[in-house]
Design a protein around this ligand. Sequence first.
Ligand SMILES: *[C@@H]1O[C@H](CO)[C@@H](O)[C@H](O)[C@H]1NC(C)=O
Ligand SMILES: *[C@@H]1O[C@H](CO)[C@@H](O)[C@H](O)[C@H]1NC(C)=O
Ligand SMILES: *[C@@H]1O[C@H](CO)[C@@H](O)[C@H](O)[C@H]1NC(C)=O
Ligand SMILES: *[C@@H]1O[C@H](CO)[C@@H](O)[C@H](O)[C@H]1NC(C)=O
Ligand SMILES: *[C@@H]1O[C@H](CO)[C@@H](O)[C@H](O)[C@H]1NC(C)=O
Ligand SMILES: *[C@@H]1O[C@H](CO)[C@@H](O)[C@H](O)[C@H]1NC(C)=O
Ligand SMILES: *[C@@H]1O[C@H](CO)[C@@H](O)[C@H](O)[C@H]1NC(C)=O
Ligand SMILES: *[C@@H]1O[C@H](CO)[C@@H](O)[C@H](O)[C@H]1NC(C)=O
Ligand SMILES: CC(=O)N[C@H]1CO[C@H](CO)[C@@H](O)[C@@H]1O
Length: 290
Amino acid sequence: MKILSLLSSLLPLAAAKYPTKPAQPSHNHTVWLCGDSTMAPGGGHNGTEGFGKYLQYSFDSSLIRVNNSAYAGRSARTFTREGRFQAVADKIVPGDWVVIEFGHNDDDGQGTVPANDTKSRVDCPGMGNETCIGSYNNQTEIVQTYVTYLRNASSIFLSLGARVIISPPTPTNPYLTANGSFAWAPTKYSYYSWYIVSSLGGPNAGIYYVDHSSYCAQALELLGADVADAGFPMDNTHTSPYLADVVAKAFVLGVKCGTSPLQDYVVNATSRIQGPELGSCLSIDDTLPI
Ligand SMILES: *[C@@H]1O[C@H](CO)[C@@H](O)[C@H](O)[C@H]1NC(C)=O
Ligand SMILES: *[C@@H]1O[C@H](CO)[C@@H](O)[C@H](O)[C@H]1NC(C)=O
Ligand SMILES: *[C@@H]1O[C@H](CO)[C@@H](O)[C@H](O)[C@H]1NC(C)=O
Ligand SMILES: *[C@@H]1O[C@H](CO)[C@@H](O)[C@H](O)[C@H]1NC(C)=O
Ligand SMILES: *[C@@H]1O[C@H](CO)[C@@H](O)[C@H](O)[C@H]1NC(C)=O
Ligand SMILES: *[C@@H]1O[C@H](CO)[C@@H](O)[C@H](O)[C@H]1NC(C)=O
Ligand SMILES: *[C@@H]1O[C@H](CO)[C@@H](O)[C@H](O)[C@H]1NC(C)=O
Ligand SMILES: *[C@@H]1O[C@H](CO)[C@@H](O)[C@H](O)[C@H]1NC(C)=O
Ligand SMILES: CC(=O)N[C@H]1CO[C@H](CO)[C@@H](O)[C@@H]1O
């Protein structure tokens, strides 16, 4: 009984901070996008495109604006160092959303650590408060982990009354195997993203995990090798406009299949999004805060 009354006295507070549905919205909300070239306007250039451009078409444009603040070449570390999270924080209005998706530039797959990194962008390995010595502009830089950078940015956005989605990165072309068949597995960033969301309190705290990696992989498997190969025209990472739109829709399916109230602003019914191109809702371990 005591616990119940404590809960009921807490719930209205939570509801006041994060209204689940804007019955009579008095102003527009913005979905701010923070990420790298796979999300950014103009993608990785040379005719590629980032998926952020296409997200707007799935939202009710009378209620939601999408601001694509993603920037090519960025990692969690450089997005922080260059003040790009801060620039978004400066514009946040309570009720806004921030989608954060990094991973392509956070390590180079060769084990390069900050001390060896000539691009000054890889994170310190680990998922806690580890730090590394790196350099930038010939100055020593104390480098944090991916988890520290994104947890720090998310905490700031949450404290400003925004809600946050952390999503792991888009897959690289999964057909570049010796035999050309589909092969894909989640990267460590899927786990890190989930862990950031979980450690900040998950949905009760206004932060959600959308497994964009798996939803993209599902779509790429369904589309087949020819469509996927054509969709990565420049390298194995950057998408054509067509594939970027698919990648955006895969994100929206992940939102619709999850629990975040961002789904209330999506114009498409889940049944219309699911199908031969994108697949269906994925079952996610229900101990994960989705
Ligand atoms: C992009 O296009 C420019 C100009 O055509 C070219 O120099 C550059 O190598 C291309 N980059 C990639 C990664 O293909
Ligand atoms: C996003 O917002 C920033 C800050 O208001 C603005 O400078 C930028 O042009 C916007 N970008 C897009 C793509 O809307
Ligand atoms: C936390 O975020 C703020 C704003 O982006 C930034 O100024 C600060 O350096 C960040 N700290 C860490 C440890 O990432
Ligand atoms: C990074 O640099 C250190 C020190 O020079 C070296 O011991 C290490 O092998 C290097 N690691 C890689 C992956 O190049
Ligand atoms: C780093 O994390 C460990 C384990 O959670 C904790 O014991 C330690 O106090 C932390 N160190 C700092 C400097 O925050
Ligand atoms: C860093 O130092 C080296 C050697 O002194 C110099 O050649 C280079 O121009 C410096 N780079 C920057 C960004 O200052
Ligand atoms: C193709 O190669 C991948 C690894 O590159 C392997 O996992 C898969 O079993 C192979 N498939 C066939 C049909 O040989
Ligand atoms: C939702 O519908 C709009 C308008 O038809 C379309 O542009 C968008 O791609 C759709 N989104 C998804 C996820 O199917
Ligand atoms: C509720 C509200 O203010 N909606 C506005 C959001 O922005 C669009 C486009 O500028 C307007 O048409 C809506 O009236």
